[in-house]
Design a protein. Sequence first.
Length: 524
Amino acid sequence: MNIKNRLCLIVLDGWGIGKKNKGNAIYLAQPRVFNYFWRNYPKTALNASGEFVGLPLNQPGNSEAGHINLGAGRKVEDDAVLINQNIKNKNFFHNEILKQGTRYAMQHHSKVHLMGLVTEENSAHSSPLHWLAILDFLKKEGVKKVYLHLFTDGRDSSQHGAIEILRRFSQIWAKKLDGSSSGLEIFIASICGRFYAMDRTKNWKRTEKTYNLLTQGEGRRAETPEEAILRAYNRGETDEFIKPTVIERGEKPIATISDNDLVIFMNLRSDRARQLTKVFVQEEFEKKNPGSFKRKKKLNNLMFLTLTNFGPDLDDIKTVFSRPNVKNSLPLVLGREVSQLYIAETEKYAHVTFFFSGGYDYPLAGEKRIRIDSPVVDSYAETPAMATPEVVSRLIKESKTSKPNFILVNLCNPDMLGHTGNLEATVDGIKVVDNYLGKLVNHLKEKYIVLVTADHGNAEEMINLETGETITTHTKNLVPFILIKDKEQIKVRKNGILADVAPTILELMGIPKPKEMTGKSLLE
């Protein structure tokens, strides 16, 4: 395939366009290189949240939706929207996979467990609406007891919001299920911060602690969820970092996950759910995951359901709501005739590969995929540079040797540091990204068109100026789009969305856009 230009797409993860104030880490960092590009090259601002990227109305953008839309060249409906529609039209309550689960539980006299993130409505990982719908479904199916294993947030929600979130949930549960007369008893069996339960960087010690909590009843002890959370606060832990805690009754765990039980994983996004799921369901877990751990107990005859597709290599799980992979995403359109490179550090590797390609876990077009290890630390505030120097160094090396025609790279410091709530560290991380952005563009711009954009906002809003409270969540702000090509006048239009980026790339490379891509080129 003949191409007009080589092209590199740089995604500054979590880099939104915000107001110039003391809560905007990007503004405080005064990113000299980025600001120069913004002033001197064609630019526009893109919508990256809510219905513009297939998310529920007014929901902040996230990395999964961002990269899917960037690569698909069309708005891709999020799993949450699909499930919400099924709840609204009542199809949810007739779902055959869910019914298989409850039939299994009845036949085997199993305990029924729900595990997953409990958070506010605008999270990409979990929805209160789905928890309530599952409980309503279980009641209708005649289940008498259900055990909840709750992962606290503090990242896509307030850092100390867990007690209030649980209080609201409990009130709604009681009202929705008509209290004790509903016939369904609800027990919270464990509390655990998402730092442990939702690790995605192969820090297996965190996952092991979570697995042992859920299956062995190992961890700190408390008699109520509120007590567990308050004790964590007294230890200086925010919701994200609450240590695995067993809720007891009579000095014994209320419930652990055992052989023959039914487990429903309530999380929506696969990237932070696969690692824990593997421990439960993979027959050859240790062999398939070098450097992991030996399970104290391998569970047998477990019925394990996931609300959404968690990807390949997970034995014997059943997916409640599956959506088809995206046809003719950018990597597939470029095909084997256009050499491609996808590179990121561990935290965002799935996003530049699985999500950007439209749900393909392995290369379909011969593309090269490179993962650089993220630092192994408790908080990225300890290492604001993260793996950005190594990512950029490797990319430059690859551009000299393999000379790919298309490159996608993710620099994730603004997002990962924004989630820490540490403003100073985030400012430092943005300075690092800005420095390496300059090095990367200076190296590439002679032979590549360079596009700079973001998947969603985060680092530009880190303080609530009215309350002084730290903000760790994503935003609904617009994100930048810059087209860097010297010696040629190119104009870009206003009012774009992330789905417009792939058609723009194809036009710049001189490749026809497939009919599946409904996004519109940003070139005027």
